[in-house]
Design a binder for this molecule. Structure first.
Ligand SMILES: *[C@@H]1O[C@H](CO)[C@@H](O)[C@H](O)[C@H]1NC(C)=O
Ligand SMILES: *[C@@H]1O[C@H](CO)[C@@H](O)[C@H](O)[C@H]1NC(C)=O
Length: 266
């Protein structure tokens, strides 16, 4: 959404609650990206359900696969089967858009039909377990130079007994998942301000502009704005704390109204 659309949209809905989309995309990855990925031992790489590449990756031999992921892609899915007991499985990869294998992935040991497709709901899959950093001291793989240092060797929680895993991650944050709404909390919010924890103090035309400023600042979780009875511009203060997280910094300030960011996940 363009900024103008956002303003209009918020204005139409109502002043107290207005919706923002943060750094997200419903169109998937904006451009083609490359991935370097390996696993111990047989890797199958999918994007939005389509097989992209794989075969014996053999992390122990420092082999890895390089693939290009087309623009407008949404979900990456990886299946890996370990070699022989003791299995000791691990998947390690880095993507050009900054995504790396880590504990924000989800991994399961048995997957249902469609497990690698975009529409598949993986909410009930466990989060991945890290079995070591991409570093020379990580046994038995050591480090893989072409894969980002921030990547971790992921698997299910038990990488000695689980011989096969299915892991997934989104390539972009989708707008339908997260919306921010700025609102006046049910508690009293009038004549309240926050002392300190100030990120920015600006003059704005109204609450929507103040909310947009907050939306553009990733540290902003609340803001206070001078009431509308002041003619012309109004003071807008962005904060990185809330009245709840820092009750000791709440002060009475006549003519100010406090708003807070609420994130809703779908
Ligand atoms: C993949 O490996 C190549 C060769 O080492 C490197 O130039 C590139 O930056 C790597 N890409 C990613 C996404 O890790
Ligand atoms: C809030 O921002 C200030 C700088 O303005 C910083 O010193 C402080 O650590 C931040 N506090 C929190 C809770 O993020």
């Amino acid at each position: 959404m363009s900024k103008l659309t956002e303003i209009v949209y918020c204005g139409i809905i109502l002043l107290l609650e207005c919706w923002f989309s943060s750094s997200c995309s419903d169109k998937g990855t904006p451009s083609a990206i490359t991935v370097n990925i390996t696993c111990d031992r047989n890797l199958y790489l999918y994007v939005d359900g389509k097989y992209l590449g794989g075969d014996v990756a053999d992390a122990k031999q420092k082999h890895y696969l390089t693939n290009e992921i087309m623009p407008h892609s949404h979900v990456v899915a990886v299946r890996c089967t370990a070699s022989t007991p003791p299995w000791q499985g691990g998947i390690l990869g880095s993507f050009e858009n900054g995504l790396v294998t880590d504990t924000s992935w989800r991994c399961t040991t048995s997957a249902a039909y469609g497990w690698n497709m975009r529409s598949y709901r993986d909410d009930d899959w466990p989060m991945a377990t890290s079995h070591g950093a991409n570093s020379p001291s990580t046994f038995p793989w050591g480090n893989i130079d072409s894969i980002d240092k921030k990547a971790a060797w992921i698997w299910s929680s038990d990488n000695k007994d689980d011989s096969e895993v299915f892991c997934r991650h989104k390539l972009v944050k989708e707008c339908t998942e997260e919306k921010q709404s700025y609102f006046q909390t049910p508690k009293s919010t009038r004549d309240i301000a926050i002392q300190g924890f100030l990120l920015l103090k600006v003059r704005v035309a109204g609450v929507i502009e103040c909310g947009l400023k907050c939306g553009q600042n990733s540290a902003c979780v609340s803001f206070t704005i001078q009431s509308s009875d002041i003619r012309g511009s109004r003071l807008c203060e962005l904060h990185n704390v809330t009245t709840e997280s820092h009750p000791q910094s709440v002060v009475r300030k006549e003519g100010y109204q406090y708003h807070e960011v609420v994130q809703t996940f779908y």
